[in-house]
Ligand binder design. Structure first.
Ligand code: SER
Length: 607
């Protein structure tokens, strides 16, 4: 079996259990200031896990591209990835623990499906704490399915409680592990007794609660199931391989790196690590740039993460001795291998090449500047009799010029210096602490925070987009939006700054539509019908898939101002938005403008 077959089988299995296949979504979450990227298959489903009705029903399945860069510096070992696919199935107030566990076990072990050896499978369940009791129910269901008692480990919330963010839907989970040690697992071996030899492949979360704040956990009206299976890892164990990089998911990428560098993978541990970093980071960069709502390298936010991925890959390319720009060449292999399940990569092929090459060039220039700066510092450094470059100086070169520590070490060594690496790390740690505080602030609202204010901003976004099209023309396309309780930001394609008059006109149109107090209505229909009716849609859904269409206007068929495919939620009528004011219009990146706007007043939402 290969990854493509596994993906199809998974979907096919859950379809046979009456699930509807839905489309995975963009990597860039819409209207969610708390996360930079979609980090789990369930992220796009948060509103539905909190009770909103899903257009495709109560049993859903999909595959979702995800980015997790929390531990980017650790990537390079044989199993960690910054970009991965998650296979998922959901019950929205439909079945619960019994069916969920039975389905998972059947899919994994049935000869008709994955046919994994039950002896090599063990599980964990929630041990219980002050928030919720020990999950005896899940454990009993496992036993009823044939799982021996000694293969069930009861672990605390740090292992067996899943939450998407500081607030929002959450609950105990049961995780499924596969034996990756030699032969068969010894009697009594499970994740609790022998952590290193068991690899997690699937997580079934029983979402029974909504965390409202630090102290308050409320039971959800409807109990949900959210499961996520790691595609690359499961594919790896199905093939009996020891590393995801040895599977067909990464092999073509590694082959391309071998050709570019002349190095053969598997001959030198240090160089292998560089190959893995290049493979993983290039794949992530291609997925981020080639996303339906793709971002470009930037100094902040998701764009900054992308920049770091690209630069780290280039740096390791240099270590392997690749002299020329190479990212676009590897990108071609990535696109070739993933355009089937992710057609947006093909659609954005040129953009991916262009941005990668531009960023690579920028980085090489940065390195030159860093080197020049080092030469400037040299006479002063020479005065230091111990010939040590302080951590502060090295960190400053890195922070200000993007000049990597290893290069400072190299240049230093050429001139007889050593670098105070501990001091560098100390300076880095201080810096990270400062930026973590900022991150925590950004995440305070929590992933699931859909307050009244953010709902109002969301509807204002739809009005703004239509107003922009009316004033500036059809070349205006949404590039991203970001909402919190204080303001909205809206990025759109447009070649030049807007004039004062244009800004005023757009603001006036939005306010006029608010004053007209137009009804906001929602209808579920297949995507092709939505498009035929003139609805604006991002390239995220499959043809024929049922989607929600939000219309702002007196009549959803004949007299409307805005119509968009969108998950919602929205206000019921536009007077609930209040006064709309554009505060700023500025450049966001080449060919993209950014508007910052605020709303105030407005009627309360109907309950
Ligand atoms: N939300 C869970 C996870 O990400 C299961 O999908 O692991």
């Amino acid at each position: 079996m290969n990854a493509n077959e596994l993906r199809s089988k998974y979907i096919e299995f859950f379809k046979s259990k009456n699930h509807v296949e839905i489309s995975g979504q963009s990597l860039i979450p819409e209207n969610d200031p708390s996360v930079l990227f979609t980090m789990a298959g369930m992220h796009p489903l948060v509103p539905y896990l909190l009770g909103e009705k899903h257009p495709s029903g109560t049993r859903l399945t999909d595959y979702q591209k995800c980015i997790r860069t929390g531990d980017i510096e650790e990537v390079g070992d044989p199993s960690h990835l910054t970009c991965f696919e998650m296979l998922g199935n959901w019950s929205l107030g439909d079945y619960f623990k019994k069916e969920s566990i039975a389905y998972s076990y059947e899919f994994l072990t049935s000869p008709q499906w994955l046919a994994l050896d039950p002896k090599k499978i063990s599980v964990t369940v929630f041990a219980g704490d002050e928030n919720a009791p020990r999950d005896e129910e899940a454990a009993q269901i496992w036993k009823d399915n044939g799982m021996p008692e000694d293969k069930i480990a009861y672990l605390p919330a740090s292992d067996n409680w899943w939450a998407a963010g500081p607030t929002g839907p959450c609950g105990p989970d049961t995780e499924i592990f596969y034996w990756v040690g030699e032969g068969l697992p010894p009697v009594g071996s499970n994740k609790g007794t022998d952590s290193g030899n068991w690899m997690e492949i699937w997580n079934n979360v029983f979402m029974q609660y909504n965390r409202v704040d630090e102290k308050t956990l409320l039971p959800l009206e409807k109990k949900n199931v959210d499961t996520g299976m790691g595609l690359e890892r499961t594919n790896c164990i199905l093939q009996g391989k020891t590393s995801v990089y040895l599977t067909e998911v990464f092999q073509p990428i590694i082959k391309t790196i071998e050709v570019l560098s002349g190095y053969t993978y598997g001959t030198d541990e240090e160089k292998d690590k560089s190959v893995r970093i290049i493979a993983d980071h290039t794949r992530s960069s291609v997925f981020i740039l080639g996303d339906q709502r793709g971002v470009t390298p930037d100094r902040v936010g998701a764009g900054y993460v992308l920049r770091r991925l690209i630069r780290r890959a280039v740096r390791h390319g240099m270590k392997l001795g690749i002299e020329k720009d190479f990212m676009a060449e590897i990108a071609a292999t990535v696109i070739e291998n993933f355009k089937g399940p992710y057609p947006e990569l093909e659609a954005n092929r040129e953009k991916v090449y262009k941005e990668l090459t531009a960023e690579e060039a920028k980085f090489r220039l940065t390195l030159k500047k860093g080197e020049a700066e080092f030469q400037k510092l040299l006479p002063n450094l020479m005065k230091n009799p111990k010939k040590i470059i302080s951590g502060k100086v090295a960190y400053n070169l890195y922070e200000t010029y993007g000049y990597p520590l290893e290069l400072t070490q190299e240049l230093g060594a050429e001139n007889g210096f050593t670098v105070d690496v501990e001091g560098f790390k100390e300076a880095e740690r201080k810096h990270q602490e400062a930026s973590k505080t900022v991150d925590a602030g950004a995440a305070k609202g929590g992933l699931a925070e859909q307050s009244e204010v953010t709902t109002k901003y969301h509807t204002a976004t739809h009005l703004l987009q239509q107003a922009l099209v009316n004033v500036l023309g059809d070349q205006v396309a949404q590039k991203g939006s970001n909402i919190n309780n204080e303001r909205m930001r809206f990025d759109f394609t447009f070649e030049r700054p807007m004039t004062k008059e244009e800004i005023q006109k757009v603001e006036d149109i939005v306010n006029e539509k608010i004053k007209e107090d137009l009804p906001v209505t929602m209808e579920v229909m297949p995507l092709d019908k939505a498009k035929a009716e003139g609805a604006r849609a991002l390239f995220t859904n499959k043809y024929g898939e049922d989607v929600k269409v939000y219309t702002i206007g007196r009549d959803a068929k004949s007299d409307w101002f805005s119509k968009e495919v969108c998950g919602g939620p929205h206000v019921q009528h536009t007077a609930q938005i209040g006064d709309f004011k554009i505060q700023k219009e500025q450049s966001s990146s080449a060919g993209v403008r950014r508007i910052r706007a605020v709303i105030s007043g407005g009627l309360p939402l109907d309950k």
